[in-house]
Design a binder for this molecule. Sequence first.
Ligand code: C2E
Ligand code: MG
Ligand code: MG
Length: 666
Amino acid sequence: MLQACDDDLSGQLARVQRRLERERMARREAEAIAEKGLRELYERQQELLLLEAIAGAANLISSVEEALQFAIAQICGFTGWPLGQAYLTDGDGASQRLLPVAAEPGALPGPLAEFRLATGQMSFAPGIGLPGRVLASGAPVWISDVTEDANFPRAAQAREAGLRGAFAFPVVAGSEVVAVLEFFADRTAELDASLQRVMAQVGTQLGRVIERKRAEERLIYEAFHDCLTGLPNRAMFLERLGRSIARQQADPNYHFAVLFIDLDRFKIINDSLGHLAGDQLIVQVAERFLAALYEAEQGRHAAAEAGTLARLGGDEFTVLLDDIDAPADAEHLAQRIQETLRQPFCLEGQEIYTTASIGITVSSTGYASATEVLRDVDLAMYRAKAQGKARYEVYNEAMHQSAMARLKLETDLRRALLNQEFVVHYQPIVSLKTGDIAGFEALVRWQKSATELVYPSDFIEVTEDTGLILFLGIWVLREACRTLGRWHAEFPRSTPLTMSINLSARQFGQPDLVQQVRQIIDETGVDPTTITLEITESVTMGDAEHAIRVLSQLREIGVRFSIDDFGTGYSSLSYLHRLPLDILKIDRSFIAAIDQDGENLSIVRTIMRLAKDLGIDVVAEGTETTAQLAHLRELDCEFGQGYYFSQPVDAGSIRQLLQAPEPSPA
Ligand code: C2E
Ligand code: MG
Ligand code: MG
């Protein structure tokens, strides 16, 4: 009974124990499942934190390199692997390479530092080594033991450093591998699929960061560089100039110079060969200037510390020469720059020559702003142009004074035009055969005050440069036509009096010139055949076809033409006969010298013969003496104009002259 009872008890106990064991197993299993879930949750959280940290840091980080370094530090922390290295892709095609990003000098144990040092000196072609394989395939690579790997050039160093397992993955932007990251473990490492998955996400994340950073870098670059030449642009130049000015203000021993370079015939090249050729020229010029600057700077400093060559736009370049010893440094560079232009440029298969006008200014002038520097150096450049181009001029105070004077003159002239301060004087043109007044030349003067009469030599050029001549010229035309109309009525002649009126090149280029002349002729009712428009040779030289067209249209109105100051320009004689000319006015420099030597006499004789061949009359300008007059009569010259007969005088004086009894023929 007791036995039976014992058996029963032990059976029960065993059953309980089995049940307990089962329950314990089930609980353990349940606990294990819960723990695994928690762990996975934890791991997922860590992964997310890693990705977030990398994405978030991108906004605070200034360069692609910094972003990669940050990611490496994060990933090493995440995996517990001791070493990581980033590479950036450089070049493309066959020459593509992975270049190591210099690591921050962190405190690494000796052997690891050695390994990193060796890595820093390497570059990997596609397919070579761990990073090269990633570059070639665009996929992650896992090596469980690098010391056993056949395609791992750093195996010896890895063994020294105790590194074994490794993995690397690509950073992809678009479809391009832009970087590769590699990591090393201090033990052999079996493939970890989940780690690979996270790293793929890191690679995409970093790709976006790099893409964004590169776009930012490109924008910043474009804001400070000229897209045609790649040189610094105006913004960058002004920034550097500003720094030099600040430095000069702080340190009186420091000096800088600025050169302003403008090509001399660029507009002509651009207009005749097209903008593409113009662009090519700018690019080639920039290369030569850069070489000249580099050479000059090497001569100046032991270490070539090049100054800044910038393109301001168009054909304008500037150079900032930093820390010069003397203004001569800048002049030396200007000479070198001009030398680089001696050889022709090849554009569109043609050899093209160009020259440059250069202005220079140095900081000893005491500048407070970049604007002041540019103003002065620009003035110096314009002086170089005015002095005949292909040269340089160093800024001085006198240039500033004359620029100020010129600005004042411009303002005064505008006011004079508004206040009608201009008057026309008339100079008789006399028939040398009869001694009669045949007509007049209208010459403008500026009655600045009751006692001050200003002559055209002091203002005509400025009115041409500013375009004021367009208004002034039309005013003179109207005034002279009106006056002549009155004289025609008052002093009728069998051959009516004529009026010569000067037309500037600027007026000649006006599209509505013909219409304006017609309107004034209609308005004043003057006989158009008594009006002679005087043009200089330069007017007809620019665009010959245009000149011929305009002259023909004016001819239809009935007006006549004369070539003024003949002999001082470069008109090609062959083309003179294509122009509808009526009169040649021989420049007064030839008349003045006519009785001094035989050469001038023969020049005048040749011009006379040419005019006869073309069937046109000649006026001898600036006839002053009886001797000159005798020569001209001898040469059978039709007309004379000059102080010998009369100075230019006001309309009232001319009326008196016309009222006087006419002299009998000589
Ligand atoms: P230009 O058309 O050749 O005019 C002749 C210039 O020679 C005038 O100078 C005249 O006063 C000067 N002259 C005349 N006879 C003699 C002489 O015997 N000896 C000397 N030494 N000079 C003499 P002006 O009036 O000072 O005019 C200078 C230039 O200004 C003119 O040269 C002309 O090119 C320009 N100009 C004058 N008026 C006008 C105008 O209304 N419109 C335009 N576009 N130009 C004008
Ligand atoms: Mg004239
Ligand atoms: Mg003249």
